[in-house]
Design a protein around this ligand. Sequence first.
Ligand code: AMP
Ligand code: GLY
Length: 424
Amino acid sequence: MNILILGSGGREHAFAHKIARSPLCTRLFVATGNAGTGQVATNVNMNIMDFKQVGDFSYQYKIDMLLVGSEAPLVEGIADYFADQAQLRHIKVIGAKKAGAMLEGSKDFAKKFMLKYNIPTATYRTFTPSTLAEGLDYIAQHSLPVVLKADGLAAGKGVIIAESTEHAQATLQEMLAGKFGEASNRVVIEQFLSGIELSVFILTDGISYKLLPSAKDYKRVGEGDKGLNTGGMGAVSPVPFADDAFMQKVKDKIITPTLQGLQTEKIDYKGFIFFGLIKVGDEPYVIEYNARMGDPETEVVLPRIETDLVALLDAAAQQKLADFGELQINPQTATTVMLVSGGYPEDFEKDKAITGLAEIQDAIAFHAGTKLLDNKVVSSGGRVIALTAFGDTLQEALQKSNAAAATIQFDKKYYRKDIGFDLM
Ligand code: AMP
Ligand code: GLY
């Protein structure tokens, strides 16, 4: 099979790393990829939001499977585009159509869906510029802290947790006035849930599903989970507190009703669903849905999957997951530690030469933001390299990830040395 992966981060390198090893993969392309994906696949320079360009390439290079890494092309309808074109229709697209990607693309849609299908989530109301006054009143009556969310995609910045009524009201005004552009034309105001977060992933063919290993990511830039939110500074899998009893609740109260809801709504969904959950007491609640895998969670989830990934994706595309056997999962713990450019998630410098990649031991370096410049690997983003390692214990895996993190050098390198701190 010829396979095209869309994306250029650590998640896509982790996919490429796995897929390149599958005997079912003939040629592998990543658009646009990075210096890491370039070692296991052919990088293709294209605008992944230009569906005609993606489609023309796929036709020309006889692509059999398209794997969409990030949410933006899904929410804009790339899977619908492929289904609508006679010459692309045969291509197996792993990624939801626009209607399913709305679970991520609109917080208001996701909340309505959860309410309708009785899926546990924080209570909420949605406001628009014409209902601003009611929104301000709603906040005045609301307990604190209170959570405000831009309805649309806002690159991970659209959630504000306000500690005071004044801050919440000012935030609502700013958001509805266009702080996040169109994404904040509607604002969801919801109850703050207190608990511990985790990420649960499934691959679904619309009817059946396979549960993938759970993971926990570390979103804040500073140690002890302090400071600004980032794309993710590290992750671990499995999550020790997500035991069998808890996961059974997740299946019964969240995953099954979500799939039943999609079927009732006649939303044909072939792809990943990422459930951003919070455990409140012993109960799981949905914080958010994503129509894609997480990053950096993918860098710990995929390495633990021993089943052939291409065979698994193919079964999902053909709606044959029900007949696909149990997944083989490595029982060890996987951890990843993200090296970032100093200053991230605010201003940072790029094009820093990266050394030490050949010296790392007992760890895999998944490139997140790198490129080749004069044949040398340099940084090209805020998140630069994720270092994934295995261990029989969380401590052992972390010790290897951290040792690899110390080995790789670039100017103004920064990483958190306390990934997993809350799980020990
Ligand atoms: P999101 O962009 O929806 O993932 O939200 C970003 C982060 O905000 C989440 O990972 C949580 O840490 C936090 N958050 C979002 N909604 C809530 C909520 N209702 N209660 C507590 N924390 C929340
Ligand atoms: N690591 C969280 C995300 O991918 O959204």
